[in-house]
Design a protein. Structure first.
Length: 394
């Protein structure tokens, strides 16, 4: 029985900790961290938010707050402490010694979820690379048992070589091998892309914040059965299908990619470069936004930050505001299709619901317009052939 099938009381309990350092959009309720923890198979027993001008070099939080969190954890029977911010190896070690409990951060939590969700060979390689990169930073000064000397006759390593040096070398070798295997995957993907280019295939990638509904839109458009759920990182592996657009009598390639998240560790962006290559090489990005989430402006900003990091921020985009059925009546848009400023560019925006299907025909019409502009395909003469941009705006 996996963690998702266990009763809530059987799941390991965790205390969530967030530190307000004066940065914008601090998640005081720790809602996103709680979703991450629940997705990873934890049970949230308490949440602690505190303010500091700067992180404490030794404990990230002060010793008094650390004592308070320790008492809460012991009182609730928690087995772990999870921080919303990234901890340095020394801060993590000091907190564990001070509290007597395992202490981990947002980065490791995301890695755990990725390890649970990866299904394809490529996805597993990417998770392994990210895990090794994270682990390599945790070797120094964290585990005292790694400081033993292991040199001598019949032992690996030279005389006096410490166990930590051996582990560091072994991890370095593993990172090198995993990178080489991922490079092979990248070359295979490049070959597939060149084949698509020779066939003049129009490629579209779905991008967006995690749990915005990308997989639901993907399934609705191509009638596929890609895994979709109301949880963070439901999709890790890129799925590509052919989408036929009757409006222009042409087939396009549609890819569903991994969702982005606030403070996504740079190492994870690097590790998932092969998957995100689909987005970088697309002719068009469908940037999916959860219209019902009040924090969607910040989520759009975060997605654009990652797109800049992978060199895909200058690609043509259509903003797809999904989950319209969950938007309150007073917040319903006046127009289903309009224009919006995004990073100094004017881009189309469409409101729809993948759940009800409302607005999907309009989206197909927008896609047909892009294909028509690219290949010069004449619009069909049939009056009921589809809804284009001009039709849906009326």
């Amino acid at each position: 029985m996996n963690d998702s099938q266990k009763s809530p009381s059987a799941l390991p309990g965790v205390v969530l900790v967030g530190v307000d350092l004066g940065l914008p959009h601090f998640d005081a309720e720790l809602e996103e961290l709680a979703q991450l923890a629940e997705t990873a198979g934890y049970r949230v027993v308490d949440r602690v938010a505190c303010k500091r001008r700067a992180p404490d070099p030794a404990l990230f939080i002060g010793s008094g707050k650390a004592d308070e969190i320790k008492a809460l954890a012991l009182g609730h029977g928690a087995t772990e402490i999870l921080f919303d911010q990234a901890l340095s190896p020394s801060q993590q070690r000091n907190l564990e010694r001070h509290m007597g409990l395992p202490v981990n951060d947002r980065t490791l939590l995301i890695l755990e979820i990725f390890a649970q969700r990866a299904r394809s060979h490529e996805g597993k390689l990417q998770v392994e690379l990210a895990r090794l990169q994270y682990l390599s930073t945790r070797l120094v000064r964290r585990w005292s048992h790694l400081e033993r000397q292991s040199g001598g006759i019949g032992m690996r390593g030279g005389p006096g070589e410490t166990q930590i040096e051996l582990d560091r070398r072994m991890i370095g070798d593993s990172i090198k091998r995993t990178r080489e295997r991922l490079e092979k995957v990248k070359r295979q993907r490049s070959t597939q892309r060149r084949q698509r280019e020779r066939r003049e295939t129009f490629t579209i990638s779905l991008v967006g914040y995690t749990n915005a509904g990308k997989s639901s839109i993907f399934n609705a458009l191509v009638k596929a059965r890609a895994y979709a759920a109301d949880q963070l990182f439901a999709t890790l592996d890129t799925t590509t299908r052919q989408l036929y657009l009757g409006e222009v009598e042409r087939t396009v390639s549609l890819s569903d990619t991994v969702g982005f998240i606030r403070d996504l560790p740079h190492g994870l962006v690097e590790a998932f470069a092969a998957t995100l290559q689909e987005a970088r090489d697309a002719d068009l990005l469908l940037h999916v936004v959860d219209a019902s989430n009040p924090d969607h402006p910040e989520q759009i900003t975060e997605v654009m930050r990652v797109l800049r990091e992978i060199g895909a921020d200058d690609l043509p985009q259509i903003l797809v505001f999904n989950k319209l059925d969950a938007v309150e009546p007073e917040r319903q848009p006046l127009q289903r299709i309009d224009q919006i400023e995004l990073d100094g560019q004017t881009v189309p925006r469409i409101f729809l619901s993948a759940h009800t299907g409302d607005g999907l025909s309009d989206l197909r019409g927008l896609l047909a317009e892009r294909v028509r502009a690219r290949f010069g395909v004449r619009p069909p003469e049939s009056p009921d052939s589809g809804v284009g941009l001009e039709d849906s705006a009326q």
